[in-house]
Design a protein around this ligand. Structure first.
Ligand SMILES: Nc1ncnc2c1ncn2[C@@H]1O[C@H](COP(=O)(O)OS(=O)(=O)O)[C@@H](OP(=O)(O)O)[C@H]1O
Length: 314
């Protein structure tokens, strides 16, 4: 102090404490501006085991998850649900219960958008449905989690899945080369994921070891295209939401060949899903599709019996 005073620096206790408080506030604001506020609160969260809260709500674990199926129409369903004011959802697929489980539940919750009382937190990751470890993991987060599965004719789903892989690897062998174990026996190769994912009864069995059927909603991927408002009615009822998303929100876009959302208020253009949704499928010989259809039939029947719903896939 004596040295500072000699150098002409102000050492009055009140002014010094104001000076240091200003420095602390600036450091905090700097952290916030660089996006660290959330990690500060999440560190707090880890220790206090309380939800992070501010004026804009709290981050909660999802009360409902779209767990599958890949290429079923899961993106369309999530985007349609997001129109509802009481649904808040993560945009990207978190892949927590299959890929990033070791990051821990606090990491997962921190990905969620903030919600107010009465709002539902949601996410979609279609690979959960076929992940063996996913049911016990979701169960240990919350046994009351609502599970939504968008299912689509497994034959078309397989072709859709193949089409997606083809866009990434144009040198991929033909569909018929991959679908049969070998060309002479004509046996279907169930180790090919495009085939395996479509054996819905088998994957559902795995989930039913942990969750009662009443906690599932099976959405028809086909009806989501032909009657989006009808399917959305069922989904909103299942989630205990008011039927806000209705016919008024959709129009059928002839160019896209799919339903799109009408111009949302304040926006200049209607919303269709991107180019990666609704890709044209390559031609597959009818005989190949026929053989694949025969393969799936008993599994489909089992799935209809388990769910009490006929999806009309034959
Ligand atoms: N409204 C609307 N617009 C565009 N596409 C729609 C829509 N509703 C359902 N679908 C069908 O969704 C299929 C893609 O399914 P997913 O979103 O589940 O795919 S993914 O698993 O997330 O990659 C996608 O599959 P492909 O047609 O094979 O591309 C569509 O058929």
């Amino acid at each position: 102090g004596v040295v500072l005073r000699k150098q002409g620096v102000d050492t009055h206790p009140k002014r010094v404490s104001v000076f240091f408080t200003m420095i602390l506030i600036s450091i905090y604001l700097f952290y916030c501006l660089t996006g660290y506020c959330d990690s500060i609160s999440s560190a707090y969260d880890t220790y206090s085991n309380l939800s992070v809260s501010n004026n804009f709500g709290t981050k909660e674990f999802p009360q409902a998850i779209i767990i599958g199926v890949k290429k079923g129409g899961t993106r369309a369903l999530l985007e349609f649900l997001r129109v509802h004011p009481d649904v808040r959802a993560v945009g990207a697929e978190p892949h927590f219960f299959d890929r990033f489980y070791e990051k821990g539940l606090q990491w997962y919750r921190n990905l969620m958008p903030r919600t107010l009382d009465g709002q539902i937190t949601m996410e979609k990751t279609p690979s959960y449905f076929i992940t063996r470890e996913a049911p016990p993991r979701v169960f240990s987060m919350s046994r009351s989690t609502k599970l939504i599965v968008v299912v689509r004719d497994p034959v078309t789903r397989a072709v859709s899945d193949y089409t997606q892989t083809l866009t990434k690897s144009p040198d991929l062998p033909s569909f018929q080369n991959l679908v049969f174990k070998n060309s002479t026996t004509g046996l279907i190769d169930t180790s090919w994921s495009a085939v395996r994912i479509g054996i819905y009864a088998k994957h559902l069995e795995n989930w039913l070891r942990y969750f009662p059927l009443a906690q599932f909603l099976f959405v028809s991927g086909e009806k989501l295209v032909t009657d989006p408002a009808g399917e959305m009615g069922r989904v909103q009822d299942f989630l205990g939401l008011k039927r806000v998303v209705t016919n008024k929100h959709f129009y059928f876009n002839q160019t896209k060949g799919f339903p799109c959302l009408k111009k949302p208020e304040g926006s200049s253009r209607p919303r269709c899903l991107g180019k990666s949704k609704g890709r044209p499928h390559p031609h597959i010989p009818a005989e190949v599709l026929h053989r694949l259809r025969d393969f799936y039939r008993p599994f489909n029947m089992k799935f209809y019996q388990m769910t009490g719903q006929d999806f009309g896939w034959d």
